[in-house]
Design a protein around this ligand. Sequence first.
Ligand code: F6R
Length: 366
Amino acid sequence: EKGGYDHFMLKEIYEQPDAIKDTFRGRMLVDQGLIKMAGIDDHIDKFLNARRILIVACGTSWHAGLVAEYIFEELARVPVEVEYASEFRYRNPVIYEDDILVAISQSGETADTMAAIKLAKENGAFVFGVCNVVGSSISRLSDAGAYTHAGPEIGVASTKAFTTQITVLTLIALQLAKKKGKISTSDFHTYLAELETIPAKVEKALQSNDHILQIANIYKNAQNCLYLGRGFNFPVALEGALKLKEISYIHAEGYPAAEMKHGPIALIDEQMPVVVIATKKGHYEKVVSNIQEIKSRSGKIIGIVTEGDKDVKNMADHVIEVPETIEFMTPLLTTIPLQLLSYHIAVLLDKNVDQPRNLAKSVTVE
Ligand code: F6R
């Protein structure tokens, strides 16, 4: 049932090229330059007239929501707020009738996310669900939605659900950008064609597995680990840190790279591995100077870089390459090495990767 893999988590990491393909198949018609998504197209006026998009979710799904915030605002120029469902539901939030609440949930059963939906509905907002489990409670509670087609995710640590959530949300952002006239037809076509290449690029990123295992061996006994990223890859840093915490029980924190100097840089010493997402374009020069700051304090750098990178390679202790892509699609690639890094560290530490202590696959209690 694990298809020859030692753990479900590893199987699910390797399923991502197909899971992403399955998620855009039938929705993205590259030759015709079209996106077809019934959940959006049938309610397009709601989306075009929306005052704001409020995204609610928990955990990894919340990280996908943060990536979506950056992509929606960049492409569709619509204001987006992202909140932990548990905070949103208990803080008497301002919700307008012309808001759209997007609830993201792999299981479709998360109690806090369900409660946030109920609150939004009571206030007259339109609710759009992004779920993986067909027929789940959240998919039924929503006014409309789009499923991720990741297939069953068994490992407690979410992997392919995250990348397929980002895929669905990217399709939605592109469709809204087009319908709102915020991007040119030629850019729209370029983006569709690029998204179609992502599964092959994920495949390529997976080929760093052996190299990542070696890096895992070096850092498996770390007590702490920092993850840094900027822009579209700031949420990926948060997700990388969450993956390491939950399956290896090593304390890890994700930060926007520029926030280092406002506090966390005090933690840096020769014991501290710092994973830095430093792909080309995404504020590359700024990230490079953040790396210099860490190096001058003897921190150990594991850089996630674009293929062929030279500058970071010269400074970092290790680099892991991912193929080049359009900036807003980089999270679909930079996530992959972080998943593998946490997987290998957890296995080397002999932890129960698929069922980490204290965690449940779906959190149906608040
Ligand atoms: C982390 C993880 C959790 C879930 C969170 C939300 O790997 O799996 O953080 O992402 O419990 O679950 P869903 O998406 O089912 O609402």
